[in-house]
Design a protein around this ligand. Structure first.
Ligand code: SAH
Ligand code: SF4
Ligand code: F3S
Length: 453
């Protein structure tokens, strides 16, 4: 960059792995053009906020940060504020930005990230404001650059969008319909990552089980016979030399195939962990949520998974206080949690999302009831997690070392095959390596251990 030209950027990412991956692409595009990363928002010439809309508190945090950025803009008019991500795919958010946050320079959405270089050029060159959000996703764009967060593990998109329209969820509106990448594009990306030192890939999709099934706007749809479905893709990736671990997120229970369960047995690189969001234990509520399975069907799936892969770790997502949730519905959830013995669960208070069917339901649950149920669920779940983690004591686990602990630079941290966090004493040479760790203590939120190799 020439003198006086903006040259540094700072990206803040909210929400899920999809957004984290998108931010890597945006960072890659800027790095390719000579921009460098700033340490803080204050030090940056351009700040990009990549937003999430899945629950109300994500929206609130975003508007709070925008408020802080106004001060920087007042002190330094050349400062550029760009916003993108899922919130931008909703008209009411764009309207709010226009009326209350006029210091935002660039607004773009989830479907036109590939156009970011031209958009930011326009803002910088002409000092004008740009709002460019596409309602519909176009074809999958391949070959975009990426500035990856880690050298040893990487997220790999295998599909975009969601067709499921769970009645509480905003994602199908912000991410559009399902589109799958071609298997050869995915395999070649993974091969390139491995050549660059990556040991672990996490395959990303809102519902990876329907990979290749839906052809909406996508140039890949698995042919009925011999086509590559999700499990087929895992078998293919298992053959990539030098790759050590394969993970995936997220799997919808209604589409989990026997072929995938078999892949857990056959593919040595596939980590023995599955995140299988259940949302509720009440068949009645599952129906209202449009999840397309019953409590019994879900528990049957867990049984099948555990029978095929006895040491598999199973984690889940649960929503408390969906409209109309009765005490009986909630006790079904507690019962399911007790029976399923999840390794851990992300628990969420139901949050009204404008534009979703559940937002119009009149039997919303009061905040106090939601919180009271939430606390009971968390207490039950933490007890189960602690007990399972305790059972890891004295075992030896393979751990991919990710870095040092935030609070103590002599303590290193990494993840087991089953995705559990392990803390241990180590040295910086271990970062990015898979080491054997003997577990000395299993706590509620992590394991502690000693490196033995
Ligand atoms: N595609 C993934 C999840 C995406 S959102 C899947 O289907 O599993 C991640 C989690 O956020 C969901 O599993 C759900 O538990 C939670 N969530 C989504 N919408 C929500 C809402 N309106 N209120 C509370 N939690 C919500
Ligand atoms: Fe949302 Fe349901 Fe799609 Fe997951 S499957 S992203 S919860 S609509
Ligand atoms: Fe949030 Fe969008 Fe992900 S709404 S959870 S960032 S897909």
């Amino acid at each position: 960059m020439e003198n006086n030209q903006p040259s540094s950027f700072f990206i803040q990412t909210f929400g899920c792995q999809m957004n984290e991956r998108d931010s890597e692409t945006i960072a890659g595009m800027l790095a390719e053009r000579g921009f460098t990363t700033a340490k803080t928002k204050k030090d940056a010439d351009i700040v990009i906020l990549n937003t999430c809309s899945v629950r109300e508190n994500a929206d609130k945090r975003f508007f709070g940060i925008l408020g802080q950025l106004k001060k920087i803009k007042e002190e330094r008019p050349s400062f550029v504020v760009a916003v993108c991500g899922c919130m931008m795919q909703q008209q009411h958010i764009i309207d709010t930005l226009k009326s209350k946050y006029p210091w935002v320079d660039l607004v773009f959405g989830t479907h036109n990230i590939h156009a970011f270089p031209q958009l930011i050029e326009g803002v910088l060159a002409e000092r004008k404001k740009i709002v460019d959000v596409w309602e519909e996703a176009g074809a999958v764009v391949e070959g975009l650059p990426a500035k990856r967060l880690y050298p040893f593990k990487a997220f790999v998109n295998i599909m975009y969008g969601c067709n499921n329209f769970c009645t509480y969820c905003i994602v199908p509106y912000t991410r559009g319909r399902e589109r799958s990448r071609r298997p050869e594009e995915i395999i070649s990306e993974v091969e390139q990552l491995v050549a660059a030192g990556v040991k672990e890939v996490t395959l990303l999709g809102q519902n990876v089980n329907s990979y290749g099934v839906s052809s909406h706007g996508s140039d890949y749809c698995a042919p009925k016979e011999n086509g590559m479905d999700f499990a087929g893709l895992i078998y293919a990736l298992n053959e990539v030399d030098g790759l050590e671990r394969i993970r995936f997120m997220t799997s919808h229970p209604k589409d989990l195939s026997d072929h995938l369960i078999q892949a857990f047995r056959d593919c040595d690189k596939l980590c023995k962990h599955i995140h299988l969001p259940v949302q509720s234990g009440s068949t009645n509520l599952l129906k209202k949520m449009n999840r397309n399975y019953t409590k019994e069907q879900y528990l049957h799936l867990i049984e099948k998974l555990r029978k095929a892969v006895p040491d598999i770790a199973i984690t889940t997502d649960i929503i408390v206080g969906f409209p109309g949730e009765t005490e009986e519905d909630f006790s079904e959830t507690l019962d399911l949690v007790q029976t399923a013995q999840f390794d851990s669960a992300f628990t969420f208070l139901y949050s009204i999302r404008k534009g979703t069917p559940a937002a119009n339901l009149t039997d919303q649950i009061s905040e106090s009831v939601k919180h009271e149920r939430f606390n009971r669920l968390v207490e039950l779940m933490n007890g189960i997690t602690a007990q399972i983690n305790k059972s890891y004591e004295k075992t030896v686990q393979k751990v991919l070392v990710e870095g040092t602990s935030k609070t103590d630079k002599t303590t290193y941290t990494g993840r087991t095959d089953s995705l559990k966090i392990v803390n241990f004493k180590g040295n910086s040479a271990l970062i990015g390596e898979i080491v054997e760790v003997k577990i000395t203590e299993g706590k509620t939120f992590s394991l502690t251990g000693e490196v033995i190799s």
